[in-house]
Design a protein around this ligand. Structure first.
Ligand SMILES: C[S@@+](CC[C@H](N)C(=O)[O-])C[C@H]1O[C@@H](n2cnc3c(N)ncnc32)[C@H](O)[C@@H]1O
Length: 207
């Protein structure tokens, strides 16, 4: 599993390598652009939305929302990723911190129209995911929602099929979402598949 130094080293070539995997429609980034586009369109339904991006990387998604007038907050632990994202979004409020330890206090003190996590939460165990998501829900404003775009599967069987097809390319260090297992904890969640290995999970705030 990549640590913050690994992500620092990946940062400069990140956009290109993700694009190549997406364009060739291969694991792990098949469907990446479509998922980000779908989240982008969803968030733009709220003009001037206040958005929290967890593990924002180079800011591929949030920099587009920023250009459309959304206000952006975020947390990432890679200094180089933060530098690159801040260049694209000079007015964004970007903090350095390991989300496996939770969010920094500046971020928990606010409320958001949308909380986004794309290709970042698979660094947490499933138990950590459920706990983290439970802590995020109260940070949403009424009508707000969490968007998780990632390598994700509706069932454990589908995950195992993909793993078998990928063979040695499968990253055993990453812990991918299985929607049915998440839904046992978040009954209001929905899942939209975007490729054989990716999907968008949405968790609206209840009430
Ligand atoms: C694969 S990149 C995804 C970037 C971006 N969200 C996207 O969709 O292109 C994962 C990002 O999550 C960050 N990240 C991974 N684990 C983290 C952690 N425990 N705490 C904070 N950031 C983390 C990495 O530094 C990196 O920027």
């Amino acid at each position: 599993m990549l640590d913050k130094t690994g992500f620092d080293l990946w940062a400069n070539g990140y956009d290109e390598s993700v694009g190549l995997s997406d364009t060739s429609n291969t694991y792990p980034f098949a469907g990446y652009k479509q998922i980000l586009n779908s989240i982008y369109q969803g968030i733009l339904q709220t003009p001037g939305a206040e958005v929290l991006d967890i593990g924002f990387g180079t800011g591929v998604l949030t920099s587009r929302l920023y250009q459309q007038g959304c206000r952006i907050w975020g947390q990432d632990f890679s200094r180089r990723m933060i530098e690159l994202a801040q260049q694209k979004m000079p007015g964004a409020h970007l903090y350095c911190g390991d989300f496996s330890q939770g969010l920094v206090q500046e971020l928990t003190a606010r409320r958001y129209d949308a909380i986004v996590a794309t290709y970042s939460l698979h660094h947490l165990t499933d138990l950590q995911k459920w706990e983290f998501l439970r802590d995020l829900l109260p940070l949403l404003r009424p009508g707000g929602r969490i968007y998780i775009g990632d390598v994700a599967f509706r069932t454990r069987r589908e995950l195992n099929q993909c793993r078998a097809v990928c063979g040695e390319r499968w990253d055993e260090d990453e812990i991918y979402f299985v929607f049915e297992e998440l839904q046992a904890h978040f009954a209001q969640a929905s899942f939209t598949p975007f490729s054989s290995c990716s999907g968008l999970i949405e968790i609206p705030r209840c009430l």
